[in-house]
Design a protein around this ligand. Sequence first.
Ligand code: ATP
Ligand code: MG
Length: 408
Amino acid sequence: MQNSYCILVHYHEISIKGGNRAWFEKTFQRNLKKHISDLPYTSINTANARVFVFGIDELRWDEYAERLKCVMGLMNATLMTQIPAEIEKIRELSAELIKDENFSSFRVSAKRQYKNYPLTSTEINIDVGAHIQSIYKKPVKLKGADLNIIIEIVKGMAYVGVDKIVGYGGLPVGTGEKAVSLLSSGIDSPVSSFEMLKRGVNLVYVHFHSAPATSRQSLRNVEELLLTLAKYQLRCELYHIPLLEIQQKIMAEAPNKFWVLLFRRAMVRLAEHIADSIGAVALITGENIGQVASQTLSNIRATSDAVEIPIIRPLAGHNKEDIINRAIKIGTYETSIEPYQDCCSFFVPKHPETKANLEEIRQIEAKIELEPLLQFAIENSEKQIIKFDPTTKVKIKSTKIQTKKLVL
Ligand code: ATP
Ligand code: MG
């Protein structure tokens, strides 16, 4: 008889969501379906805290694995062979599955969802382990084995596979509310955005540019970054907002040590406006305490002071090295280190303020008439829709946004 293959997926924190569990599971399953939409399968079911993908092409497992790693909320996934839950069959299949594998140690990891099964998980481990040992003469190693034989007993069926791929865990994208992420083309903000996607937040992105004073490279880098982040989110929106006129006004009217802070305050005000107009309830930035002059606690306070909406800073306490490693892992690092002229670093004075006095900042800002320029920036923003399409890579659609009256 031909083997029947499936993918068995375990999800992460959804299982602790109590009353909302069914909704979380549904969103997770729906997202998963979209991620593998161009790969063959016949059905996807959620049962007993597991998701089963049936009718797959097992020869394309690597492709499924690449996609599944990007589904937020996924803890792990294994390519499984499904058989009736009889211990003799499980033993034989386990031995058969590893016949082409090169290994010097192994372990068996059995799990029973079906508690009436005559053997406990430990008994299954011992039984199958002894069988494998008798054939391959290799030792069992519980920690760091070369090979992990995974067995799950669910509703009278056994699922047997070798090794699992591990996802990022967290919560399915879309189960959190909407937030606006301020995306530069540096290393930090793509990582902070990723961390929020991992918590299920639905992100809309804004990028500020100083074209034509700076090159349009940062815009291309940001698009490239979003093509990478779209692997996790599938579809997202990006607002390009021109900042040059605001910066020029600030530079003409404020002492240079306050420029960066005043730019930041203008940025968050514009981002808050976008958030209000699309029903987003927080801003996300890649700020990191002490990394640069504008990111001291006092300056962070002076930035937050400009808006009412909460600003979440997922990387506040991370070390640079950890952020870089994360950027490499999620695939944004290479784009982030491409040279570009950032709208802020381009105009940064030699000695920026590191400990802003809130009152002083407010007073200086009050003397600059920024409102018409903030309005201009919103009216001249452009919106792009970025969709991840695995077959054609990604499609980008660009549209001018509809402007609404800016209420400041
Ligand atoms: P990043 O690596 O994300 O650029 P950074 O360490 O270079 O961060 P800053 O340049 O001070 O820090 O920016 C702090 C945060 O402000 C960024 O993480 C980002 O969220 C936001 N930000 C900065 N520049 C822009 C921009 N041009 N467009 C949108 N957001 C920006
Ligand atoms: Mg930056």
